[in-house]
Design a protein around this ligand. Structure first.
Ligand SMILES: Cc1ncc(COP(=O)(O)O)c(C=O)c1O
Length: 399
């Protein structure tokens, strides 16, 4: 067997099952704020497009996807992130992927040169665990960049040594962040773009929460947008990852895309030809419809806004929790051991949350997720409100 498999950490949900073993939950209906799986209805236009194109399964799809899909994606990206007209060529700058999870993982396998000294991948801490697994299986060393309250929950690039930048072949960004909801500001992205030019590493920006935000006049900025503003309209060393899972409530459809540097994507496409993750034709047709419509995305955001308002009104007087910049997560400081809090809230209130330390790694004795929990406001407004009331109840009664 591949010995690098031994390096993989158990997934957070596996650890939560262990944590809850032998603990009896309160006799109330379970409410889960644990898994970041969108629960709002998948828009009818997407479902209709899927069923209307079912005959497409008679054909093998191209790894590169259809021209129509790549054009729809390039148009969406250009409009959403104010990119210069025609700076994205749908032939060379865009590849559809079957969800960003597989793409974030396979991207590292394609771009890392494991024979180079200390192949290194930088990533935020806390993080989406796929980045770390991708690093291990690509034969690279993961370097975790602490995202704490002091750093506004974003990586502080000033803390990275010159040697580490020299060894760095790839950095994963997650903006808006899972689990923190933090959006990396333009100035910091500019700083990273300058570093990537100087030290020649690739920036992989996971932007799959970019469409879940609260201020309609201030959507999260993206990597390609900042690159273009700096004059990097070839998007050299930049690749972004987007998904319909959260934007369009279609996590089961497995549809997303990568876009950016044509030279990198050419090699990634070659890798993917062997990887064998072409998007099924009905999914491609439904994805075109989804990327061309913003009404359902606005409706989606409105539903999250309502839930954040209701839940924060209830929670903020009793625990340390703030509105995130974006995303559907609350990253609360519970002022006690996060694993015990998770166990207790399950035992007394039958609410599932994720202990922050399960989403982070301990570096130099510090774990940025310690004493924090992640709550995904994916359930209905009523369920989220009920969960918040139960958390308030627990905190007031037992702490
Ligand atoms: C930060 C982040 N990136 C990527 C993904 C993967 O999403 P998908 O594969 O559905 O596009 C998730 C899913 O939860 C996520 O939280």
């Amino acid at each position: 067997m591949n010995p690098d498999l031994e390096k993989l950490h158990p997934y957070p949900f596996q650890k939560i099952s262990e944590l809850k073993k032998g603990v009896k939950a309160a006799d109330k209906p379970l409410i889960s704020l644990a898994i970041g799986e969108p629960k709002h209805a998948t828009p009818k236009i997407i479902l209709d497009a899927l069923t209307e194109n079912l005959t497409g399964i008679a054909n093998y799809p191209l790894t590169k996807g259809s021209k129509e899909l790549r054009e729809a994606i390039a148009n969406w990206l250009t409009n959403r992130f104010h990119l210069p007209a025609n700076s994205l060529n749908p032939e060379t700058n865009v590849i559809p992927v079957t969800g960003t999870r597989e793409a974030l993982f396979s991207f590292a396998q394609a771009v890392i040169d494991r024979k180079k000294n200390q192949a290194t991948i930088l990533m935020p801490n806390p993080f989406y665990q796929i980045y770390e697994g991708a690093a291990f299986l690509a034969g690279a060393k993961p370097v975790y960049l602490a995202c704490t309250k002091e750093t506004n929950f974003n990586p502080d690039f000033d803390t990275v040594s010159k040697q580490t930048w020299d060894d760095c072949q790839l950095i994963y960004l997650c903006s808006p962040g899972n689990p923190t909801g933090a959006v990396i500001p333009e100035e910091q992205i500019k700083q990273l773009l300058n570093l990537s030019e100087k030290h020649n590493f690739i920036i992989a920006s996971d932007e799959c929460y970019s469409e879940i935000y609260f201020d309609e006049n201030n959507p999260p900025i993206g990597l390609l947008e900042v690159a273009a503003k700096q004059g990097n309209t070839d998007y050299k060393r930049c690749v972004v990852f987007h998904s319909l899972s959260k934007r369009s409530n279609a996590p089961g459809m497995r549809s997303g895309f990568v876009a950016g540097d044509a030279q990198i994507l050419e090699k990634f496409l070659l890798y993917r030809t062997y990887h064998g993750c072409a998007m099924p034709p009905p999914t491609q047709a439904a994805s075109i419809v989804a990327w061309q419509d913003e009404n359902h995305v606005l409706d989606n955001r409105n539903q999250y806004r309502e839930k954040f308002d209701a839940v924060l009104n209830l929670l903020s007087p009793v625990i340390n929790v703030q509105m995130p910049d974006a995303s559907f997560y609350l990253w609360a400081d519970v002022g006690m051991d996060d694993k015990i809090f998770t166990q207790e809230i399950y035992k007394h209130e039958n609410v599932n949350v994720v202990p922050g330390s399960y989403l982070s790694r301990t570096v130099d004795g510090n774990n940025p997720g310690e004493n924090r929990i992640r709550m995904a406001l994916v359930a209905t407004l009523d369920e989220c409100t009920e969960a918040a009331n139960r958390i308030v109840n627990y905190v007031e009664k037992y702490r």
